[in-house]
Ligand binder design. Structure first.
Ligand code: PRP
Length: 188
């Protein structure tokens, strides 16, 4: 049971440490603030993985902005392959028509999740619709998705921490770690 075991048991290595993460988020916040200055910016966090990134990023965006949340179904617990089809499980509480929308994600892997979200939100006629993802597993891409802001491009490693879960736990870790797959067995 993952919840009873210290995360260090499953940690092969720290891929991106806290300092490196935070410095990059500083840069992203600065870039986004510059790009959207004077505009009506709405950040939309895709739950649940994007939540740590959102809360740090919004503290670095020094222009007025609103936030909202949505959740979509894609992976089940322990399943690391995209289903290729997603549906909204928690919808926005905001009308995005004519607003500048920036989607905030923890990771883009196959790209199916964000591609579906973009397609669904485009129909609501935002003024602009862009994506900011902390991590980009570009080598795994199956769907063509434009990433306007990216924190780090990473190799195809099984990562957790800083929003990304291991069986729904350890999302609160302040760094991105690599799972030691010899020690970790996904649940059935
Ligand atoms: C993760 C991540 C992205 C998606 C990326 O979410 O947060 O939304 O997978 O994968 P893709 O590019 O292959 O579609 P997950 O379904 O694990 O849910 P979570 O955010 O609640 O952890």
């Amino acid at each position: 049971m993952t919840k009873d075991i210290d995360y260090k048991h499953f940690l092969a290595e720290i891929l991106i440490d806290e300092d490196t993460l935070q410095k990059r988020i500083d840069e992203l916040g600065e870039e986004i603030s510059k790009d959207y200055r004077g505009e009506d910016l709405l950040l939309i966090c895709i739950l649940r993985g994007g939540v740590m990134f959102l809360t740090d990023l919004m503290r670095r965006i020094n222009i007025p902005h609103a936030i909202d949340f949505m959740a979509v179904s894609s992976y089940g617990v322990g399943v690391r392959e995209s289903s290729g089809s997603v549906r909204i499980t928690l919808d926005l509480s905001t009308n995005i028509k004519d607003r500048h929308v920036l989607l905030v994600e923890d990771i883009v892997d196959s790209g199916h999740t964000i591609a579906s979200v973009l397609e669904m939100l485009e129909t609501r006629q935002p003024k602009s619709l862009r994506v900011c993802s902390l991590l980009d597993k570009a080598s795994r891409r199956e769907a063509v998705v434009p990433l306007h802001y990216t924190g780090f491009e990473i190799e195809n490693k099984f990562v957790f921490g800083y929003g990304l879960d291991l069986d729904e736990f350890y999302r609160g870790l302040p760094f991105i770690g690599v799972v030691d797959t010899d020690k970790y067995t996904p649940p059935d």
